[in-house]
Design a protein around this ligand. Structure first.
Ligand code: SF4
Length: 241
């Protein structure tokens, strides 16, 4: 029962706004078609869903982004791999569903899965665009609290993150003070201040320890994390890798 249902996706894209006519069961297949599991850096038990493409990211090339113009690995991967349209379809789905419906659809997808699902990672590409995004992810995390942990990374420091009471937030820029920890990109591990936090184990272990094995960014408690720019820009984060 874990098979995807291309006809639902095709119908959705071709006919546009079918939200009022679709059941939660139908949405669960559409959602299942647009959730990936694991990549070079993330364990296969982690479900990944983007609320948009990196190329459309609200923080792209702005002062809020943690990397400079032209350095975003996720944008580069969208040029290199055919994933931009997929992520744009994810945004269409995201913009059609309230939190409760998304959660109900995910639960059905989860119940069909034959392999373990431990966490949901929101936005390996793109970023939170509105306060509604924070509230919606929080509602999803609250609804699914009995089956998965929910986490994200964000540079949308202008939003009110006090609404993120049920999911883990890694602050990925140095602006403001929000979330559960800072996730810092440095050019060289030597740039990491003494006793400032944890150098990402993915870097330290030749990429053997992945997000999911290591749960620092997935759970609210834990130190700030430092990661090398080279790792950040080399591409982990694309479904194909
Ligand atoms: S610290 Fe752990 S959870 Fe965070 S990015 Fe590194 S491996 Fe992943």
């Amino acid at each position: 029962m874990g098979a995807v249902s291309p006809p639902y996706s095709q119908r959705f894209v071709e006919e546009g706004d079918l939200a009022p006519t679709l059941t939660v069961k139908e949405w669960s297949y559409i959602l299942g078609d647009h959730i990936s599991y694991g990549n070079t850096k993330i364990e296969d038990t982690v479900a990944i869903f983007n609320t948009g493409a990196a190329s459309d990211c609200i923080n792209l090339n702005s002062d809020y982004c943690q990397v400079g113009p032209g350095e975003c690995y996720a944008v580069q991967s969208e040029e290199e791999f055919p994933c931009k349209d997929y992520r744009r379809r994810q945004q269409i789905i995201w913009d059609h569903l309230d939190g409760q419906t998304w959660a109900k659809a995910f639960r059905r997808h989860y119940n069909r899965k034959e392999t373990p699902v431990t966490d949901i990672r929101f936005s390996e590409a793109g970023d939170f665009r509105t306060q509604h995004d924070v509230l919606r992810v929080n509602e999803i995390a609250r609804e699914l609290d009995d089956i998965v942990n929910v986490y994200t990374y964000s540079a949308s420091s202008w939003l009110d993150w006090t609404d993120a009471t049920h999911f883990t937030v890694n602050q990925s820029n140095a602006k403001g003070d929000f979330g559960d920890r800072n996730y810092n990109v440095v050019a060289d591990p030597e740039n990491m201040p003494d006793d400032a936090g944890l150098w990402c184990p993915f870097d330290q272990t030749d990429r053997n320890i992945k997000c999911g094995d290591c749960r620092v960014c997935l759970e609210p408690d834990g130190p700030d994390v430092y990661i090398e720019l080279e790792t950040k820009t080399s591409g982990p984060g694309t479904p194909e890798e």
